[in-house]
Design a protein. Structure first.
Lengths: 330, 330
């Protein structure tokens, strides 16, 4: 047999490391992957890009963490639909030089995340990059028709709540960039986020839960997106916002307001949702008992599409800017 | 309502231009798209990357053609499975400066391709690039269980055949790079390839057809991949290879062998397949009558995994290299 090009060897390696599992008719190595849909389920599709120089730098992240994160951020979108993950496609453009070493470590991280959340890698694309590393992942999950949770289901009178620790990831990123020592919790929040799949499914099963979104763009951005989708407004209370001791310490080192991280920091991959008033305490107990997650009520949904307002501790009311990470900001 | 960030405005524009159609429960604008699978069908998934500086240069292609091509190359993978396309995800990283103009034109081309082949754009990702434009597309199609055509189904005694015009795209690319005038057929083959979806479905419905693959990596590469997957060999005859007058003229301008384009040139998006000897003439007639496509028999399948051999016009036998575009070539 003639020698085969490097690209196909790498694909054969990946194929060996990700053998086809349940529900899959044909995995890596053909023109496309083939799978058997689950009867009675809807399918949920999402995709995300991670680019060197935009989303990460090699100076502060490892190929292994990138592998984890590139899948985890996609799974967070499935969590926000109440979906169960199934399959992933991975397209990678690698830099010259040490492509094989990078790929091996990247796939270690990717596989760890895939195993933990029950995802099969079934295909993708592999090529050289002209400049930085490019990672494009897409995922397919499933959800029962009645369990689907959309962004546009907020209703006046509901409460707005969040799980996760908004701001920790953005603060961790600043600490990584500044090469600060310590602060491992904040750095891990940025480098190795945990998609809230179990929480997403639990929330989607609750009749009292309305709209559901992940907080990948930051708390204020997610709130604005929910408000806009349902043409409602939100009134958040500053003193309800959870600011962890870790975030307080990290922000102090950076001489920044912890509140600005909590409100506008992105890439936290918690979940934000609306919930019928009166049902939130039972839900909070269940989230804590089963998943050790803290439900934080931020405020309430008000009618009339009046944007997002923040009630400050001093009693003043502030129009909350649409902050968070925006790629095309002016 | 507060002003919303540019990124979300762009996504709302895209959403308006790609309204949800049949089978779709939820399209662009939520955390993920939701669709209803077709009963009794398997699902087919594929993804491809197109990078500026690797796959294209702005000096010789337009955003509109890129929009077309980025979807078309993915659909070619579905064609090679005998699948019917359904949905696409589009992730784009745009350069600073004229992102909106680029996006508008890109989406015009993408939409034209989507309409022609019955694809719904249902989601994706949008961000800034640090350097060149990045395009990542993934597609979902469907196929009936009996109609699926895999790469590993070549059997000794079958014939190896191809539809399309291998070499024209690679020659077109060289002419584009050299800023040659004219040669519109070759240039179009590179810039605006046609995925052979109807042919793929027709081939998949033929009992005599075995393995099926697209020729995106070049004829020799596709042949090697088919041979390797089924552990068979091929003997191709040089005088069977179609070299169009257009390819002959283009190669002459470049002072290159037309045969080397035909054998090793990539990105043609034709289809290569094996077919039972004796059934090829009826199939050729049908392909011509219904789709105006010419079936070209290249040679035959031989047992024993003996690689790919080329019988030259002078009677000599040549081991055919695994050529075509390889990203990680030594």
């Amino acid at each position: 047999m003639k020698k085969i090009p490097e690209e196909f060897k790498l694909i054969e390696d990946i194929r060996r490391r990700f053998p086809p599992g349940k529900g899959l008719c044909l995995g890596i190595g053909d023109d496309a992957a083939v799978l058997r849909p689950v009867k009675g389920s809807l399918e949920v599709l999402s995709a995300d890009l991670l680019l060197e120089g935009v989303h990460f730098e090699e100076s502060w992240t490892s190929p292994r963490d990138l592998g984890w994160k590139s899948l985890a951020v996609n799974l967070s979108d499935l969590a926000a639909m109440g979906a169960v993950p199934g399959y992933a496609l991975l397209s990678l453009a690698l830099k010259r030089g040490r492509a094989e070493v990078f790929l091996r470590e990247f796939l270690n991280g990717f596989k760890r995340c895939a195993r933990r959340y029950g995802v099969q890698l079934v295909g993708g694309d592999l090529c050289r990059s002209a400049s930085g590393t490019v990672i494009a992942v897409s995922v397919l999950g499933r959800v029962k028709p009645g369990k689907l949770r959309r962004r546009d289901a907020a209703r006046a009178g509901q409460l707005l709540a969040v799980i996760g620790n908004p701001g920790e990831s953005a603060c961790g990123l600043e600490l990584l960039r500044g090469k600060a020592k310590g602060h491992s919790r904040l750095k891990a929040a940025h480098l190795k986020p945990l998609p809230q799949l179990a929480a997403g499914r639990m929330l989607a099963a609750e009749r009292g839960v309305g709209a559901l979104i992940d907080v990948s763009d930051g708390l204020s951005s997610s709130a604005h997106q929910l408000a806009r989708a349902a043409a409602v407004g939100f009134e958040l209370a500053e003193d309800r916002l959870l600011v962890s001791a870790a975030l307080r310490r990290g922000a102090a080192v950076l001489r920044r307001e912890p509140l600005s991280f909590a409100l506008h920091g992105g890439e936290d991959y918690g979940l934000m949702f609306t919930v019928d008033a009166g049902t939130e305490q039972a839900l909070a107990k269940k989230l804590w008992r089963k998943l050790r997650l803290r439900l934080c009520v931020l405020g309430q949904v008000v009618g009339g599409g009046r944007g997002v307002k923040l009630l400050r501790r001093d009693g003043s009311k502030l129009e909350l800017e649409w902050g968070g990470y925006a790629h095309f900001g002016g």
